[in-house]
Structures are given as structure tokens and as C-alpha cells.
Design a protein around this ligand. Structure first.
Ligand SMILES: O=C(O)[C@H](O)COP(=O)(O)O
Length: 310
């Protein structure tokens, strides 16, 4: 029976580090076979997951030896943290290791949606020349509003500044005295929504943030504003967003995360036919480079934890 179970994809070099020291089961498809997963963790001391494996109280109960969970990412909403705490299971997010990947995604989608000129390949190749329709907007002197001003949001701000964005943020958990506010205007959520040309979400999914961006919040946004969500799907009311895009009150949106993942055909219907929308399959945080970093940090966390148990 494996000492370490890895239930979703991980960089092979990091898997090898774990294999070199411990009996390791690496099965990137294990997440889709809950029965096998429960059986695999029965004797494991470490479990390594991404965002799809549900680390529930029942799964933990099935794993009496479990001492730690390595999370190949930063969102912890798929892990029952209270159950882990009650059982003394330490959870290790890969904090910081995918910041750059997400920050680059936010800035590139924001620029793409403001500019609105890049979806014309078929027209141009067919001999059409729609210049008037493709006159878009610049980033220079626009305002980027960050909902949540943690590490990913700050990396995003640093890149956005280079393009001429001014930065504002809403983060009730960051005290006014924090030096991070030297680089961003501190606003409440309503003021942020009302004054920014681009809104990017950087909050975890909690009871407080669920549907934080609903029809009323969208209604408070600046006409023509762009919304980028790389945080968690449940933070945005998807039908309300689709309606605002369809009605032209919002200028565009990029969604990397969805209330239900994978997005089902039925849930995706609300987005049908929208041209000012970029949809991606929860990939903002995953690049070749970040996968190596996230996997290395997680392997190191797990190895250290198991080492300390000896
Ligand atoms: O929380 C995160 O860091 C993102 O969801 C990426 O995590 P994943 O690579 O496990 O999807």
C-alpha cells in the first residue's frame, strides 16, 4: 500500500523525488474513481491533490494514517479544513508558486478584451476589412480594480502598471497600515466596482464571497467595464454576468473558473453567442513553469512533513 497518493497531475520530476523516498502511487485519473481513491488512501500518510479531488471528512476518516495533504495550487475550497484540523492533518498549499501564471493571464485577457481587435482572423482571411468595428481601447490611464489584494493580485498590479493602469483594490482583511497600500488606492467594494475599467477577482470561495458579483454588483460596475475571474466560479453569478454581456452594459469578461467544473453544456448555454467573452478551463494558474514550481514546492512540503514524523 502506498505511503504517498497523488490523485491528479503533477510534474514528473517532483513525482520522482517522492518515489525515491517513499512508496508512491501516482495516478492522475484517480480523482475520477472515488472508490479507488478511498481504497488508495487507506494506508497513506500523505495525499497530493489539485483542485478536483474532494478531501472530505469521509475520505479522511478512511485514511487513519493520513498526516498531510499537499495541494498543487492555492485554493483550498475542495478540502474540508475543519475535518483536517480535527484529525491533525496538515494542509500545505503551494503558496506563491503559481502567482506569475495567474497574473499574466489577468493582464493579457484584460488587454485583449479592452482592445477587442483579435477575433477578426476569419473576417480578414476572407477578404473583409472591418477596421471601424475593431477600434478598441488602450490600457493607458485605465483603472484596474482588484477584489482581494493578496500575492496574486499584487503580481497582477505590478504587470498592469507597466501598461499604464492605475491600481485600486478592495481587501477588508488587509489593514490600512499595511505597506502594500502604498501602491494601490484602498476602496470599498461599491466604490471599486463603480470606478474601475477592469475588475479582477482574487478572493477565495467562502460563504461571504459566494455570488459576491451578482446582478446588483454587476449593475454597479462602470458601463463597458471588463470582468476577469481567475479566483473561483461561485464568486460570480454566471447567468447575471451573461445577461450583462448580452445587454452591452459590460464590455467583456474572461472566466477561467466556473460554479460547476467542468462547465456542463447546459450551464454553458447562457454564454452562447457572446463574442466579448473569453472562457478557459481553469488553466490560468497552470503553465509549464508554474506546474514545475507548484509540484516542487509540494513535494518538498510533503517530504519534510513525513521526515519530521520519523
Ligand atoms: O487554486 C489554485 O491555485 C488554482 O485553482 C490552480 O490549482 P490547480 O492547478 O490545482 O487547478
Amino acid at each position: 500500500m502506498a505511503d504517498i497518493v497523488i490523485s491528479e497531475f503533477m510534474d514528473e520530476a517532483a513525482v520522482d523525488l517522492l518515489r525515491a523516498r517513499h512508496d508512491t502511487l501516482y495516478d492522475p485519473e484517480l480523482v475520477d474513481r472515488p472508490g479507488d481513491l478511498a481504497a488508495a488512501v487507506a494506508a497513506a500518510r500523505a495525499l497530493v491533490v489539485r483542485n478536483r479531488t474532494k478531501v472530505t471528512e469521509a475520505l479522511i476518516r478512511n485514511a487513519p494514517e493520513l498526516a498531510c495533504v499537499g495541494r498543487l495550487g492555492v485554493g483550498l475550497d475542495n478540502i474540508d479544513l475543519a475535518a483536517c484540523k480535527a484529525r491533525g492533518v496538515t494542509v500545505y498549499p503551494a503558496t506563491g508558486a503559481n502567482d506569475v501564471a495567474v497574473a499574466e493571464y489577468v493582464v493579457t485577457t484584460a488587454l485583449t478584451l479592452l482592445r477587442g481587435a483579435y477575433a477578426a482572423t476569419a473576417d480578414v482571411a476572407a477578404g473583409r476589412w472591418p477596421r471601424q468595428r475593431l477600434i478598441g481601447r488602450e490600457a493607458m490611464d485605465k483603472r484596474l480594480g482588484l477584489v482581494g489584494y493578496g500575492s496574486i493580485a499584487r503580481q497582477t498590479a505590478a504587470r498592469a502598471r507597466v501598461f499604464g493602469f492605475t491600481i485600486a483594490a478592495f481587501d477588508p482583511f488587509l489593514p490600512e497600515s499595511d505597506p502594500a497600500w502604498r501602491d494601490a488606492e484602498r476602496l470599498d467594494l461599491d466604490a471599486l466596482l463603480a470606478s474601475c475599467d477592469v475588475i479582477s477577482l482574487h478572493v477565495p470561495l467562502t460563504a461571504e464571497t459566494r455570488h459576491m458579483i451578482d446582478a446588483a454588483a454587476i449593475g454597479r460596475m462602470k458601463p463597458g467595464a471588463v470582468l476577469v475571474n481567475t479566483a473561483r466560479g461561485g464568486v460570480v453569478d454566471e447567468p447575471a454576468l451573461a445577461a450583462a454581456l448580452r445587454g452591452g452594459t459590460l464590455g467583456g469578461a474572461a472566466l477561467d473558473v466556473f460554479e460547476t467544473e467542468p462547465l456542463t453544456e447546459a450551464a454553458g448555454e447562457v454564454f452562447e453567442g457572446l463574442g466579448n467573452l473569453i472562457l478557459t478551463p481553469h488553466i490560468a494558474g497552470v503553465t509549464a513553469e508554474s506546474n514545475v514550481r507548484v509540484s516542487a514546492v509540494t513535494a518538498e512540503n510533503v517530504l519534510k512533513h513525513l521526515e519530521a514524523l520519523r
